[in-house]
Structure formats: structure tokens, C-alpha cells
Design a protein around this ligand. Structure first.
Ligand SMILES: [Zn+2]
Length: 211
């Protein structure tokens, strides 16, 4: 799933736990993606390109069920015991876990149970069907906005970012060559998307229709 719709998940949690700071929720839903970016820079995880597609071959630390549960537990522990806020701790842990659950639906079969074994591995592979991927992600983003009762400006943010993801979703063949030659480009684009979507969703989620 692309950055904007992971970020939109934070809206669902914010609606349930209005006292949770939006910025922390936005970090939580992208926490394991940030690890993916870092681990790709370090060479601990990597992707490949074949058949005109990007394949996230190896991401067992950031994107495994085990990795996500560990990240969620550590986040929970820090906020629950460090800041004595159990409600916020639970909200953040759910945010962290939301990422892996959603990615298991959209990714190719590349999400392992743990880094210690190549199987079992999950992923429904919706990413391989760009228009279906686009439609489902878009609907999900719209649902999050609707559930949150977001402003028109927030709706525009979700619509615009979903549409700008289309070239990346549809891109294939020669357009992927730079990613093959310079493996740091893809994590850098993802990092950039995370930061930009954080900013816009944070900025335009401060006002809702009801408040
Ligand atoms: Zn991910």
C-alpha cells in the first residue's frame, strides 16, 4: 500500500482515540516502512526488478509478522511505562500493526511470519494488478476520510496523492531501469512520500466537519 493510504489509517485511529496526537499516529502507521527505508539503505533488506515489476524480495526484519509485533510491543512499552498512558500506547501499537496487516493484503507473497524462516509467507498480491490496486487503495483512503469526517481539504489531499501514485503503480519496463541501477532511489522516493503525506494529512486533519 502506498504512503497516503497508510497515513489515512491514522485517521481511523484518531477518530477512536481523539486525544492521541496525530503526529504520533502518523509515525506509528509508517514505523515499519521507515525501518524498511533504513534497512534498504544499509543493505540488510533489498528489492529486485524482473518481468517489468518491482519485487520486494527480502524484507523479513521490517515487514514480517514477528518484526511488526516486536515494534508494536516496544512502542507500547515506551508509551505505557515511559509516559504512563495506556490508551495512547494501545493506539500506537494498533497503528504499527495496521501497516503489516494492510501490506499482507496488498503485497506479493513476501511477508514472512518471522526473519528466522522463509516460510510461512503471505501476501495476496493485489499490487500485481495496478488498476485493482489503485481502486482498492483509493476506496480505502476515501473510507478513512469519511469515517474521520474530514474536511474538504483533507479529501483533496487523499484524492491528489492517490492519483499521483498511479504512474508508479502503472510504471513498468524501461521506466524501472533507474531503480535497478541505483537501488537507493526507490527507498528515497518512499521516504519522501512518507514525509510529504505526513505533513499534508497532519495539516489538514486538524479541522473536521464536526469541530
Ligand atoms: Zn510496508
Amino acid at each position: 500500500m502506498y504512503a497516503i493510504n497508510h497515513a489515512a489509517t491514522a485517521l481511523l485511529i484518531k477518530k477512536k482515540v481523539p486525544t492521541a496526537p496525530m503526529i504520533l499516529l502518523l509515525v506509528s502507521v509508517q514505523l515499519i516502512e521507515l525501518f524498511w527505508v533504513l534497512f534498504n539503505y544499509l543493505g540488510w533488506e533489498y528489492y529486485s526488478i524482473s518481468g517489468g515489476k518491482v519485487h520486494l524480495d527480502y524484507l523479513p526484519y521490517s515487514h514480517s509478522v514477528f518484526g511488526a509485533v516486536v515494534a508494536a510491543l516496544i512502542s507500547f512499552a515506551i508509551i505505557n511505562w515511559g509516559y504512563k498512558n495506556r490508551k495512547l500506547a494501545a493506539a500506537i501499537a494498533i497503528g504499527v500493526l495496521s501497516h503489516i496487516v494492510i501490506d499482507m493484503i496488498f503485497h506479493e507473497k513476501d511477508i514472512q511470519l518471522s526473519p528466522f524462516s522463509a516460510t510461512p509467507v503471505w501476501g495476496l498480491g493485489i499490487l500485481d494488478y495496478p488498476w485493482l490496486n489503485f481502486a482498492l487503495e483509493f476506496l480505502y483512503g476515501l473510507f478513512c476520510w469519511w469515517y474521520f469526517k474530514g474536511s474538504k481539504a483533507l479529501l483533496a489531499v487523499i484524492v491528489i496523492f492517490n492519483i499521483t501514485d498511479l504512474p508508479l503503480m502503472l510504471g513498468g519496463g524501461d521506466s524501472l531501469k533507474p531503480f535497478q541501477e541505483y537501488p537507493f532511489i526507490l527507498p528515497t522516493i518512499i521516504l519522501f512520500q512518507i514525509l510529504v503525506t505526513w505533513y499534508f494529512v497532519w495539516r489538514y486533519s486538524r479541522k473536521t466537519k464536526t469541530a
